[in-house]
Ligand binder design. Structure first.
Ligand SMILES: Nc1nc2c(ncn2[C@@H]2O[C@H](COP(=O)(O)OP(=O)(O)O)[C@@H](O)[C@H]2O)c(=O)[nH]1
Ligand SMILES: [Mg+2]
Length: 380
């Protein structure tokens, strides 16, 4: 009945190619990703002193260009373009009658929106049982029950990230190329700086010069210092230096960028493990958060990515980006169901204020047709 059963997750996208390229271009680098901690000190000796971009403005004063509060758009406005919102919306218009066909179509819509086969069939079979017991008067009652079921899936992962009480709180940001790591770091820097915290960034994506520049630009824009070394520097030593600098300056939050590592690349993944080990030499509890950034348009492959990264670095929180636009959105449910990891933030657009702390109700109501309480909830 459902062709989707045969659909395989996409295995290789453009990000894979970029990661391969990154490996090739660093094969002559000074430090092999596999090198142990013993080599770190040698590596530190060989690497030029870190540079720091210290903005001329006071740290907590935003440059004029970025200080005006941009108009904040509602979750619904942001999520309305998603395949989830569009297919659910049209489904209930086309098929307002409560019957088994409606449930079949709902199942198809959920699977197509990347909710995952098990989660989708589980949800729909439960609703079907209840419908046959005449629990629902009409399709509107069914939609209300769907809302509750979706909310029950997401509520447990609505756990905001608290960065208070460490000096500094270290956030290590991981994920594959193009997921939105550097952009997310820029947005987080803005958010925490606006909360009057002293923020520092570490340019740990040393594979591409452009990546360091991109982070420096975010640093300048938000008046936040950025610690970096040259391209091909050892990422662990950049981040180690940054932690030392952050500690000596009383920084509240240090956010470390890393190169886009693909789960299939053992050496690069080992390097991520090395970064975590090196940080522990200065602070046994660091990193306090390993934040994995996932592109919301990745589909079910996101589940595989998280599984792989978790084995290497013990991911403690997720950020799902690009949920504005054409993302299917359902992957958020698949991730919540599979891992139960906190979803700290979601990316609803490209500007600094489009990174929102995850709110389960706002998200669900943004995806479901408005007639059922969504608008009445008034999530902004
Ligand atoms: N629409 C949209 N674009 C995003 C979002 N987050 C990141 N991007 C874009 O995704 C692209 C890759 O982001 P980048 O931060 O460089 O990814 P990285 O390789 O993981 O560091 C950039 O063009 C970003 O502007 C988001 O929440 N919404
Ligand atoms: Mg990047």
């Amino acid at each position: 009945m459902l062709k989707f059963w045969k659909k395989k997750p996409t295995e290789a996208g453009p990000a894979d190619k970029e990661a391969e390229h990154a490996t090739a271009s660093t094969s002559t680098g000074a430090v092999a990703p596999e090198s142990g901690d013993g080599m770190l000190h040698e590596a530190l000796a060989e690497i030029p002193a870190p540079t720091e971009t210290r903005p001329e403005t006071e740290r907590f004063v935003a440059p004029a260009a970025d200080s005006a509060p941009p108009a904040k758009r509602s979750w619904r406005e942001r999520l309305s373009g998603s395949a989830f919102a569009r297919s659910l919306g049209s489904l209930f218009v086309r098929h307002p009658k409560l019957d088994d066909d409606l449930l079949d179509e709902l199942e198809t819509a959920l699977i197509t929106a990347d909710v995952g086969i098990e989660a989708s069939t589980g949800l729909v079979e439960n609703l079907r049982r209840r419908m046959h017991k005449r629990e629902f008067a009409d399709a509107t009652a069914l939609l209300a029950a769907l809302r509750e079921a979706l909310l029950a899936l997401l509520k447990p992962v609505e756990q905001p990230l608290d960065v208070a009480g460490r000096n500094p709180f270290v956030v290590l940001v991981v994920g594959i190329n193009g997921a939105g790591k550097t952009t997310t770091i820029g947005k987080l820097a803005r958010r925490w700086r606006d909360e009057q915290r002293a923020v520092m960034l570490a340019a740990g994506d040393t594979f591409r010069a452009a990546a360091v520049e991109q982070l420096k630009t975010w640093g300048e824009r938000n008046a936040v210092p950025v610690i970096s070394q040259g391209q091909d520097a050892d990422a662990a030593s950049v981040i180690f230096d940054a932690l030392q600098a952050a500690r000596s300056r009383g920084t509240d939050v240090l956010i470390a960028d890393t190169a886009g590592r693909l789960h299939t690349q053992g050496g690069l993944m080992d390097e991520l493990g090395k970064i975590a080990r090196v940080l522990k030499k200065l602070d046994p509890d660091a990193p306090h958060e390993v934040l994995m950034v996932i592109d919301g348009t990745t589909g079910q492959n996101a589940v595989n990515q998280v599984r792989q990264f978790r084995q290497i670095v013990g991911v403690t929180g997720l950020v799902v980006t690009k949920l504005d636009g054409t993302a299917k959105g359902g992957v958020v449910f698949a991730l919540a169901r599979e891992f139960g990891l906190p979803i700290r933030f979601v990316g609803l657009g490209e500007s600094a204020t489009d990174l929102r702390p995850f709110e389960a109700a706002a998200f669900v109501d943004g995806l479901l047709p408005a007639s059922l309480g969504g608008e009445a909830q008034g999530h902004d």
